[in-house]
Ligand binder design. Structure first.
Ligand code: MN
Length: 135
């Protein structure tokens, strides 16, 4: 079974390592981008099923990344799930992320159970999918 591909756009290596471990343990494949522009390029060039998006990035910020994905000439990106990961829980940031085109947001520090729940809500893991198929 080929795992679902998640693109994580994140400049913090500790978060990247954590998310990679957590998602790969559930059978997802993680593509890694460490800045906004390479993240947009990855999403346009690769077969990606979901985007995890840090907001504070070294080049363009996550809001701009979400905007570019939603307006990309690759039409699938208009509908791809985007989960924003915001550094601070200020209400304005979350609203800004949603306004930019993100579907949901999580705040840092990353909670592993919340991450699984958020990702699986959009992309059921292979185990869950096979269980659903048996019903
Ligand atoms: Mn960051």
């Amino acid at each position: 079974m080929v795992g679902k591909t998640v693109l994580y756009i994140e400049d913090n290596p500790d978060n990247m390592t954590l998310v990679k471990r957590v998602l790969e343990s559930r059978g997802y494949f993680l593509l890694q981008a460490t800045n906004g522009l390479s993240g947009v390029a990855f999403a346009e060039e690769q077969d990606v099923d979901l985007v995890l998006l840090d907001i504070n990035l070294p080049d363009i910020d996550g809001y701009e990344v979400a905007h570019r994905l939603r307006h990309s000439s690759k039409h699938a990106l208009a509908y791809i799930p985007i989960i924003a990961i915001t550094a601070n829980a200020l209400k304005g940031d979350a609203e800004k992320a949603l306004a930019a085109g993100c579907d949901v947001y999580m705040s840092k520090p990353i909670n592993i159970r919340e991450l699984w729940a958020r990702v699986e809500a959009f992309l059921p893991s292979s185990e869950e999918k096979s269980q659903q198929n048996e019903v």
